[in-house]
Design a protein. Structure first.
Length: 449
């Protein structure tokens, strides 16, 4: 399904192993067109005022390429960009590794705490401090065993300093422990977003077996917590001094958050997995209840029975967007740069673990709209999506041979002449005479999905 081609990007001068053509989902093949038409492109309209969505509209011809930067990673989960061009990645099985600018994968860094690498657990998210160039500080989260009962676990957040030689972590401190720890290998959540003021939002899952705890404010299950860089509660938290909940909580009623980003206007957006259907993108606001498991647009797996009380309830937030059927959203990035054109600039990009698709979302106040789906490959699982400081989008794929990929900017696309214009057309090249390199993939007209 993937079309192999050589990379001739003016932006990519380093040696790289392969490049793959990525097309809009609709363009990749008629098989995928059918699959996506049936399975992905039809988010279910909510019953009342939910600001969802039309089907993704692929209205522009698009032919994109990815460059493979590195491969052979063991279920990589998060990537960060170090000054000078190196990358830092986490692997779910517990390693943090440096990848140099030529794509060479280094040995595991020393100093990473022991993680619970079982089920969905392991070494998970990673972000650099906004002042990393001055302090070499970073934050990462992981599944942590209960020191008194190894069958129980939860999500923990750590800070550390990257050694000057980039071979180890120093000053490792576990600054937050999700409580209570329970016996589960599921729904760790574990995405970190650092605010402009340096504070940290950590999105936490409800561990699956304790879903009702997501509605109770006396614990950290199914919560987004807001912390100072030392792990203490942020002074603006809603339960800080009133006894109505644990002081770390910022929002609650979450199921399994998997992507988090703060946009330039300071808003926090988090996606989360629903059950069977009802995956969500939420605009997260202080002290709000996002509904799980009382309201959801999803259903119980397999049997399809209703969960909770329905899709809406007063006092509970509706998602900014929801996907039914589920796409299993993963990492999420906000694109600041104009390298991919003005249409993509200021969009959110969300990976899918289920379909190998990348979903471009436009944001409108407190709602979001899915604009298009980009296909990486039918057998791919996208785990993370990031924008580098120089404005490129990167992906991590989730497998035992996980890859770090960079999305290449589109090349000019030349439309063929209409038949009745052909006699008059003395040339079909672009105005400057350039002929696009690589395949040009047709996209069906708007509405064909
Ligand atoms: Ca919800």
């Amino acid at each position: 399904m993937l079309m192999k081609t050589q990379v001739h990007s003016p932006h990519f001068t380093k040696p790289c192993a392969t490049a793959s053509t990525v097309a809009t989902a609709a363009a990749a093949s008629s098989l995928w067109l059918g699959t996506l038409a049936l399975g992905l492109a039809l988010p279910v309209q909510a019953q009342t005022q939910t600001p969802v969505t039309n089907a993704a509209q692929a209205t522009q011809p698009t032919a994109l390429k990815v460059s493979e930067i590195a491969f052979g990673l063991d279920h990589p989960w998060a990537v960060a960009f170090l000054p000078g061009g190196d990358y830092l990645v986490t692997e779910r099985s517990g390693q943090m590794r440096l990848i140099d600018e030529r794509g060479r994968v280094g040995a595991p860094l020393a100093g990473v705490p022991r993680v619970v690498a079982e089920g969905q657990g392991g070494l998970l998210d990673l972000v650099l401090d906004r002042q990393f160039e001055q302090n070499r500080r970073l934050f990462f989260c992981f599944a942590e065993a209960d020191p008194n009962n190894s069958s129980r676990n939860s999500t923990a957040l750590a800070s550390a300093t990257l050694a000057e030689n980039r071979q180890s972590l120093e000053n490792v401190q576990i600054i937050f422990h999700q409580m209570p720890r329970i016996k589960s290998e599921l729904h760790f959540g574990c995405r970190i977003a650092q605010s402009q003021d340096g504070s940290l939002f950590l999105a936490l899952g409800e561990r699956s077996h304790a879903r009702q705890q997501a509605q109770r404010t006396g614990n950290h299950l199914g919560k987004i917590v807001h912390l100072l860089p030392d792990g203490s509660p942020h002074p603006d938290n809603p339960f800080l001094n009133n006894g109505a909940g644990v002081p770390d909580i910022w929002s609650w009623g979450h199921r399994n958050p998997q992507g988090a980003v703060i946009t330039p206007d300071g808003k926090l957006w988090v996606n989360e997995h629903g059950p069977q259907g009802g995956d969500e993108l939420n605009l997260i606001e202080r002290g709000k209840n996002y509904g799980w498991p009382i309201i959801t647009h999803g259903r119980n797996y397999g049997i399809g029975t209703r969960i909770g009380e329905g899709t809406h309830k007063p006092g509970m937030e509706q998602p900014a967007y929801q996907w039914t059927p589920s796409i299993a959203p993963s990492g999420m990035a906000y694109l600041h740069s104009d390298r991919y054109g003005l249409e993509w600039q200021n969009s959110l990009f969300i990976g899918s673990l289920r379909f190998g698709t990348l979903h471009r979302m436009s944001l409108h106040g407190d709602t979001a709209q899915e604009e298009e789906q980009l296909l990486l490959g039918p057998d791919e699982r996208i785990r993370d999506v990031r924008e580098s400081p120089d404005g490129y989008l990167y992906l991590l794929t989730d497998s035992r041979n996980g890859r770090l990929l960079r999305i290449e900017p589109p090349e000019p696309v030349v439309a063929p002449p209409l038949p009745d214009e052909a006699p008059q057309a003395t040339g079909t090249q672009a105005p400057d005479g350039a002929v696009p390199a690589g395949p040009v993939l047709a996209v069906p007209p708007s509405g064909a999905l």
